[in-house]
Write a protein that binds this ligand. Structure first.
Ligand code: PRP
Ligand code: URA
Length: 213
């Protein structure tokens, strides 16, 4: 897995505000949205395009257009939903599939409670959105869904990642022979005993949408 940790002062600035425990939900949502758009620029560096001619008012110019089949964007509910609009801003014609997952807070394993993805993803480029890569259980499960349906290029976009989660992803991807990239705004220090990223930003879903019991 290729890991790209964004290195841009605007991303660092927005990530700092996002982490701040005093940042309220509306501001948190806006910052997450802006961060994703900045990350999406990097994450789509290898989006597939085909050559096309375009007629300007003056002459014909050579250009490119997104190749069919269009990329598929997959936010992991709930928190990944907070990243969807920011991604669509850059890739408005991408299709969107959904995966609903929640971590069992005792075992830390991801439980899938919803799935709405095309049956056949043969040859598709997929972009998975999830703000937090903690133990890696959720992202590994999501990637497994996509690979089994034929996706042949996957990029995960996260706001924060933990080294433990990156290591798990590397291990889980050993037998997978398609390119998988991770683009993240920050790579933090570690996980704590509850599986939270340290220093992190807390529970991303709760900070976006409030606490659900
Ligand atoms: C959070 C987060 C990730 C997952 C990461 O979701 O949004 O999906 O935890 O943890 P992992 O890498 O250890 O799997 P959560 O289970 O809190 O659900 P939510 O998005 O509904 O809040
Ligand atoms: N999920 C979150 O929302 N935050 C963490 O720190 C870890 C998992």
């Amino acid at each position: 897995m290729q890991v790209h940790v964004a290195d841009h002062p605007l991303i660092s600035h927005k990530l700092t505000k996002l982490r701040d425990e005093r940042t309220d939900s509306p501001t948190f949502r806006r910052l997450a949205d802006e961060l994703v758009t900045l990350l999406a620029y990097e994450a789509t560096r290898d989006v597939r395009v085909s050559p096309v001619d375009v007629k300007t008012p003056v002459a014909v110019a050579k250009g490119v257009q997104l190749t069919d089949p269009r990329p598929l964007v997959v936010p992991i509910l709930r928190a990944g939903l907070g990243m969807l609009e920011g991604m669509q801003r850059l890739l408005p014609t991408a299709e969107v599939g959904f995966l609903g997952m929640v971590r069992n807070e005792e075992t830390l394993e991801a439980v899938t409670y919803a799935e709405r993805l095309p049956e056949d993803l043969t040859g598709r480029q997929c972009y998975v959105l999830d703000p937090m890569l903690a133990t890696g259980g959720s992202l590994a499960t999501a990637i497994d869904f996509l690979v089994k349906r034929g996706a042949n290029h996957i990029t995960a976009i996260t706001l924060l990642a933990a080294p433990e989660g990156v290591a798990r992803m590397e291990k889980e991807l050993e037998g997978i022979d398609i390119p998988v990239n991770l683009v993240t705004a920050g790579l933090d220090e570690k996980l704590n005993e509850l599986g939270y990223i340290v220093p992190g930003l807390g529970d991303a879903g709760d900070r976006l949408y409030g606490v659900v019991d």
